[in-house]
Design a protein around this ligand. Sequence first.
Ligand SMILES: Nc1ncnc2c1ncn2[C@@H]1O[C@H](COP(=O)(O)OP(=O)(O)OP(=O)(O)O)[C@@H](O)[C@H]1O
Length: 251
Amino acid sequence: MTEAPLVVRDLSKSFGGLNVTRSVSLDLKPGEIHALIGPNGAGKSTLINLIAGELRPDSGAIRLNGVDVTGLHSEQRVRSGLARSFQVSSVLKDFTVLENALLAVVGRRQPALNWWRSTLSDTQGVEEAMAALEKVGLARRANAKVATLSYGERRHLELAMALALKPKVLLLDEPMAGVGTEEGHELTELVSNLRTDCAILLVEHDMDVVFALADRVSVLVEGRMIATGAPAEVREMESVQHAYFGTEDVW
Ligand SMILES: Nc1ncnc2c1ncn2[C@@H]1O[C@H](COP(=O)(O)OP(=O)(O)OP(=O)(O)O)[C@@H](O)[C@H]1O
């Protein structure tokens, strides 16, 4: 049987005396959107950073498409089929939309020096970058300077840059943060359609978005994974209501 695109096993991470990730295990199935939720400070971003390779775990293992990537750098994980879209805007404002998407394509294919000169005449690269922009509805803005894009359009571009890496696994850390209601709906639909391209691990605080998108939900509380299941199922779990929701009715 083929292994799940992302398998996390018994992952642990401490900062000084603080155990932020405690023996966390997680499987991401092909084509699923899996939401990771939990209260502030539960360790969601730390887990994403561990999976992306920005942080090293103290123990445990991470496998991408059957390959153990625990000891690999983030760029090597990208080449193994992992991409992430950042919470903080990471696009180059003085470049055009197309140039930003092209940078992502080139970064995947040719991380060595001397890349930019060859990139400008790289028709296949341009086609791949345009295909990624098409996916997020930004192709018509390809030649616009990023500085002229709306905030929502920049979030679309960040997604396109992640997609240009042709990932099998996409990590999305609060993709809707800071966007308005209408743009939020658009982004939700867009993310929903990405299911056919890759499996997605989504960190999201907005429960409406979680319910609209997630096939499964995992709940992280104080560094421990306390529940995984279908959204409606997880919502009803007493342990989840007790540990995560406390006095607030966030659903
Ligand atoms: N580099 C670090 N050094 C020390 N402590 C850290 C570091 N990074 C995170 N922490 C701590 O680890 C805990 C988990 O943080 P993390 O950002 O992963 O939580 P989170 O669930 O993403 O929170 P939020 O929902 O507020 O973004 C917090 O107590 C945080 O202060």
